[in-house]
Design a protein around this ligand. Structure first.
Ligand code: ADP
Length: 180
């Protein structure tokens, strides 16, 4: 792992800066688009690392709506599964973005639980090309995960995998109020 790992909620939540494709967890979450047929950013990185079978598996899923998620094997990845979550495009904040973003975290956690995933890693969904501001996105992500861990058994470890120092700092600052 790249850099410092910061732990919250009795070690059940970690925040780190890394490339999500190299993490040794049971499932990684992809910030996908509705087509589920690949794209740029973390989506492109995951498809490159998983190999062409991932695209083949995604073709059979028939896409996913914003706020929803679907699961495939991880193929060449360390992770057994990829959960393709479709976050919202930011349109200023009054187009239901918060509920849609929360929804895709919850949906990803539901799918993970159903597949007996113990350790899952999330990227900062929607905060790249989709333009969701990092601080409110981090708050939604962390609240959704906290609520899940406090109410559901199964998932033991959640990793928030940030890709920049700025995102990492923001996640840690938000965690000091949401996860402490
Ligand atoms: P979206 O379209 O949902 O905004 P992006 O892929 O553009 O998706 O960005 C989502 C987040 O993923 C951003 O914070 C971006 O910096 C991050 N990211 C890009 N590549 C990687 C990677 N290899 N590992 C982890 N995070 C990544």
């Amino acid at each position: 792992m790249d850099g410092v790992v910061t732990k919250f909620l009795e070690g059940r939540v970690s925040i780190l800066r890394d490339d999500i494709t190299v993490l040794n967890v049971d499932a990684i979450v992809n910030a996908a688009n509705e087509s589920l047929l690949g794209g740029g950013g973390v989506d492109g990185a995951i498809h490159r690392a998983a190999g062409p079978e991932l695209l083949e598996a995604c073709r059979s899923l028939g896409g996913a709506k914003t706020g929803d998620a679907k699961i495939t094997p991880g193929f060449a990845l360390e992770a057994a599964y990829v959960i393709h979550a479709v976050g919202p495009v930011w349109h200023g904040g009054d187009h239901g973005e918060a509920e849609l973003l929360r929804g895709c975290y919850v949906r990803a956690l539901e799918l993970a639980s159903r597949h007996d995933v113990r350790r899952i890693a999330f990227p900062c969904i929607s905060t790249g090309v989709y333009g969701y501001p990092i601080e409110p996105a981090a708050e939604i992500a962390q609240q959704a995960v906290r609520h899940w861990l406090e109410h559901e058994a199964g998932i033991e470890q959640v990793v928030f995998c940030c890709f920049s120092d700025h995102d990492l700092e923001t996640y840690c600052r938000v965690a000091s109020r949401v996860l402490s």
